[in-house]
Each structure stands twice: as C-alpha cells, then as structure tokens.
Design a protein around this ligand. Structure first.
Ligand SMILES: [Mg+2]
Length: 259
C-alpha cells in the first residue's frame, strides 16, 4: 500500500509564494458531528445500542504498515452487518450521509480569500485515513473546487510535507499548516522550516477540542462565528508576513461577501 495518493485539481502553480496545507477532518468538514449524527441513525435503524456501536467503531481501527491507526469504514460496515437484521441499510446510511451539510463555511471562505488575494498561493488538502472513505467525504463536500490538490495519506503528515518541501526546494517562501489534531500540531512543530506558521483550528464540537498540544509556536484559530474564524486566521497570516492594511481590508471584504 502506498503512503500517499495525490489528486491534482489545478497543477498550474509551479512556484508558489505561499503553500497552505490544510487538514480535512474537523477543519474543512465537521467530521466529529457528522459521525455522531450518522451513528445515531445507524443505532436506531440497525437496532444497536450506542455502546455496541462505539465498541464496533473501536474494533474497526487498526495499526497500518506505517505504524498509524486508521479507521476502516468497510470493516465498520461489515461488523454492523453481522449484528443487525437490517444489513441493507448500513451501506446506504454510510454512503449517503449528507456530508456536504457538514462543510465548514468559514474555512471555505478562507480558501476563497487566499485564492482571491494571493494569486500564486498553492492550497493543498492533506488528509489522513483510509483513502476510499476520505475520497468519498472530500468529494461530497465539493471543496475540491477551492484547492489545487488533495493529498491522501496513511502515514505521518509531517513526512509528506517535508518530502514536498524538498521537492519544491527553496521555491516556497512561506508555509502554513492548519490542523486540529494535537499529534499533527506537535509533529509539525518539529519541522525545521523558515517562515512557517503552525495553526491549530479548534471547534467545540470536534473530538480533539479539549486535547492539549505541546507545541510552542502555535497560533490557535477558534471558530467564533461563521466569518470570524476566516478573518482571524487571515490576521495571523497578515501579521506574521507584514501584509499591508489595504490587503487586509480586501481579504475581509472577500470573506464577508462570499456566499
Ligand atoms: Mg483533522
């Protein structure tokens, strides 16, 4: 099994001035909440208790060849089918969950603003997990239109970023990562890269919300309101890179006007 799988959406940006690497689960999509709602429906329709489902969910996680634990949706589905009379419903609920409903509009606007204000910025989604399931969610949210590439990995994200930085050489003056996972935040912090911002995105409904991180130089972007998170993250970027006031105003305007 390959460590990474790449989908190039827009390959025209060769030498970006800024490379934004953004996580998918619980940053672009409210995955924790989507999972909760999906499992509530599964619990009712499959006639299983929440505790039983939680147990199945735990049993569906296994360590892969890169020493990382991944959740297998096919295993999860199979195990539920073994315990329910409504087996036909399981795949239907998993595959037809309304993932688009759980997209984070504020992050979508942030990506739109990056593209509007920094012409040669490159945006990559870097998402960890079983590729088949990640592809389903990414595709359902329609977020691909807002990025240059999607990178799926079952290995450490830090290694993927470092590999790509080596590929880019010194051509990327600025790197920004946005993630919610304390493990990834701590790992990213170990990278020896100049002009780098490690942003932790926190949302109260995310599973990782209360988990502490140990990294020192992290900027935390809380979701204050639909637009506020996008504006706040931009302010972090603008301050670090001395972006001019008119550009900040333009950015806020793009975010506020975005649908
Ligand atoms: Mg995440």
């Amino acid at each position: 099994m390959d460590k990474i799988c790449r989908e190039i959406v827009n390959a025209t940006i060769k030498n970006p001035s800024l490379w934004l690497v953004i996580d998918f689960d619980d940053v672009i999509m409210y995955t924790s909440q989507a999972t909760r709602e999906r499992d509530e429906e599964l619990s009712v329709k499959a006639g299983l208790s929440k505790e039983e489902l939680l147990e199945i969910s735990k049993e569906s996680r296994e360590e892969n060849t890169f020493g990382k634990k991944t959740f297998s949706i096919s295993k999860f589905s199979q195990k539920i089918k073994e315990k329910t009379k409504n087996a036909g419903l399981v795949d239907e609920i998993i595959n037809n969950a309304n993932y688009a409903k759980f997209i984070n509009q504020s992050i979508k606007k942030l990506l739109l603003a990056v593209k509007s204000c920094i012409e040669d910025a490159k945006i990559s989604i870097l998402t960890f997990g079983e590729v088949e399931f990640q592809k389903l969610k990414v595709s359902e949210t329609g977020i691909k239109d807002f990025v240059d590439e999607v990178v799926y990995t079952i290995g450490p994200k830090k290694e993927v970023v470092e590999e790509k930085m080596r590929e880019y050489g010194v051509k990327v003056p600025f790197l920004i990562t946005i993630d919610d996972s304390p493990d990834n935040i701590d790992d990213y912090e170990k990278m020896n890269i100049k002009n780098y911002i490690n942003i932790r995105f926190k949302h109260p409904l995310a599973k990782t919300y209360n988990d502490p991180h140990n990294a020192k130089e992290v900027f935390v972007g809380h979701e204050l309101s639909q637009n506020q998170a996008a504006v706040d993250i931009w302010k972090i970027i603008a301050e670090k890179f001395s972006v001019s006031q008119p550009d900040i105003a333009k950015w806020e305007k793009v975010i506020k006007e975005a649908e």
